[in-house]
Design a protein around this ligand. Sequence first.
Ligand SMILES: O=C(O)[C@H](O)COP(=O)(O)O
Length: 333
Amino acid sequence: MAGAVSHHALASTQSYWLSAQNSRFQKRTSNVRLVYEGSCCSGGRKLGLVCASGSQFSVVEPVQLPSDGNSGHTPKKSSESALILIRHGESLWNEKNLFTGCVDVPLTPKGVEEAIEAGKRICNIPIDVIYTSSLIRAQMTALLAMMQHRRKKIPIIMHNESEQAHRWSQIYSEETKKQSIPVITAWQLNERMYGELQGLNKQETADLFGKEQVHEWRRSYDIPPPNGESLEMCAERAVAYFKEQIVPQLVAGKHVMVAAHGNSLRSIIMHLDKLTSQEVISLELSTGIPMLYIFKEGKFIRRGSPVGPSEASVYAYTRTLAKYRQKLDNMVQ
Ligand SMILES: O=C(O)[C@H](O)COP(=O)(O)O
């Protein structure tokens, strides 16, 4: 049975290394139409909560991975992919209540714990490739979470910043590549640039400029903080990156995890869930809570967070996830 898992994972990993290594030279686009199909978290817009329903969703055949994600090879119609979105765990500036934005601050011990806990929650979900921002708090979260995964593949950060970095980080064993998960870092997934608020205390800023003004800077769609990015501006690079780089992976049948930030993920979720600029104001993401989407036939279906007692319900959504978990169970027997 272990062979079955390996075969699945190997095909995807094998195809990915080529793609990752060439990604610097490629610009991929997608014509996929994103359609939101219902939400298991009705009512509120606070994500990162447990969502458990799903019997209304159809059961599909196991995913068929293409032999090469870049070949234009179309996966079977029934193919589906998992998309996990996770906001980084608590950072040292979250703890101090400072505006952080693009300042590169590491996790607190609590943030490390949150990342490990997140990893336990997604340890049965297939992951073929990881995307993170270029900021250490998102990268720490992704790597710590992957340490918990039952498949025990090793996440490896891709270095394509220069031809030499790319060449010097080559792996010469196919077998070793197969046991690895590429981690792609992209500045486009960074936190919204908070401009002249970066480093300021959030409470003190509210005391100085008024609660409403600060709330507008933090949560409105199109009002930027002083010399910083509005959510709309952040979306222009984060959502564009998502469409150009990540969606093609999902279309190719790859299972993807994205570890990023409160606002870069808010912009992506706004896009996936088709939220209006009014609705996104109340969208809040907790640190370290993974959210699962299923991508199938060009549509994103939100499943919520596979945590605690609702986990079985999350797996009941699709046969692909249930089968993957079964294979993992068989591997350890
Ligand atoms: O950059 C920051 O300070 C946080 O990561 C997100 O902050 P916010 O909740 O104020 O948008």
